[in-house]
Ligand binder design. Structure first.
Ligand SMILES: C[C@H](O)[C@H](O)[C@H]1CNC2=NC(N)=NC(=O)C2=N1
Length: 91
């Protein structure tokens, strides 16, 4: 767990720490938009070799980020959260 995670969370609006995971749920305009987001996040995950837990339900996607080998949240998860946030529709 990064020592300054609380401070870093201030730069990650919409994300919260839940049961040792960095979590965010987003609602998109359609299933297709949600699916496209999941694919785009997948591309980032593959580029980082760091993968989210994804729960896709119609137009809603929940991302839960944690580092398997560490059993909790690390800087990799903070970085992936920023990349996911950057992929979200504005507003
Ligand atoms: C072998 C492979 O590099 C590892 O399993 C990677 C893959 N993606 C990963 N993703 C996440 N979230 N945590 C990990 O520890 C992790 N490890």
């Amino acid at each position: 767990m990064p020592a300054d995670l609380a401070a870093q969370l201030r730069d990650l609006p919409g994300w919260q720490l839940e049961d040792g995971r960095l979590v965010r749920t987003v609602r998109l305009e359609s299933f297709r938009a949600a699916l496209d987001l999941v694919v785009a996040v997948g591309d980032e995950a593959e580029a980082m070799n760091h993968h989210p837990d994804v729960d896709l339900r119609y137009d809603q996607v929940r991302f839960a980020l944690w580092t398997h080998v560490a059993g909790g949240v690390t800087q990799y998860d903070v970085e992936l959260a920023h990349r996911i946030s950057a992929l979200l529709p504005a507003g």
